[in-house]
Ligand binder design. Sequence first.
Ligand code: CP
Length: 316
Amino acid sequence: MKNFVSVKDVKNIDALIQQALDYKQSPLKDQTLGRGKRAGLIFFNPSMRTRLSTQIAAKNLGLDPIVVDVTSDTWSLEFADGAVMNGTTVEHIKDAAPILGSYFDVLCVRSFPKLQSRVDDESEQVMNAFIRYAGVPVVSLESSMLHPLQSLADLITITETFKEKRKPKVVLTWAPHIKPIPACVANSFSEWVTAWGKAEFIIAHPEGYELSTEYTRGAETTRNQAAALDGADFVYVKNWSSVTDYGKILAPHPEWLLTESHLARAPNAKVMHCLPLRRNVELSDSVLDGPRNILTQLAKNRVWSAQSVLAEILKG
Ligand code: CP
């Protein structure tokens, strides 16, 4: 694997999942794979799970992770081609990325969208600049549009939890939030589940919150949350702001907060969320404090997701 920024970089999703599950059983079985190599973990935004799980995964492979918080630890970076840098930015990515690439064997980058312009965010300016100028493999720790390490952990969790012969019914349901949130997790989850092809997949959201068809092609979509949840095996709860009216909260829809009563017709449904989440805004205490909650299991699987991907990068 050369880079890991979307499911399109993965030749065999099931093999990547199986490798992750093997690492879960034997975390140190490839502890010399990254010996003598360094991973730069470059953060433009906050993180708990991604930062720590990637560090642990790297160490399990003998790879030395060094975290760089770009917002406080380095000069402020310019990404625009041809910029006259007489403002607040001090160093151009064209100059900085090759240096980072000379210090590290792989660069892992987190850069959220600004939610000001759909065109700008869809251009993935930051991630693509690192790919273009760093000269080493790049792993996305969440970009403007996608969060592939999260999605791989989501599929690892579904695979290890669901043991029936049929396809699981997986529902991605929109949830309320108090501020505009990117669609990265929802986009990425949709892209991975549809590419995987091993689930009956439905996306439920209120009017105006349609995701880009680039990521949802092959999925059923509905505005009827109750019908979507009927008989669900996995319910992935996530807010996203409007894509068509870009970056806006169109209406608060508090009735979409997922509670136990919403799941009355899904007695076996397990509930997933990438975290962090706002209790009793997105998901109720009644669900989170009950047996449906597999959020900790999912967050733990972020280690094996990152380890499986870093191993492929090191082998590649
Ligand atoms: N799910 C996730 O990416 O969590 P963090 O933002 O804490 O890394």
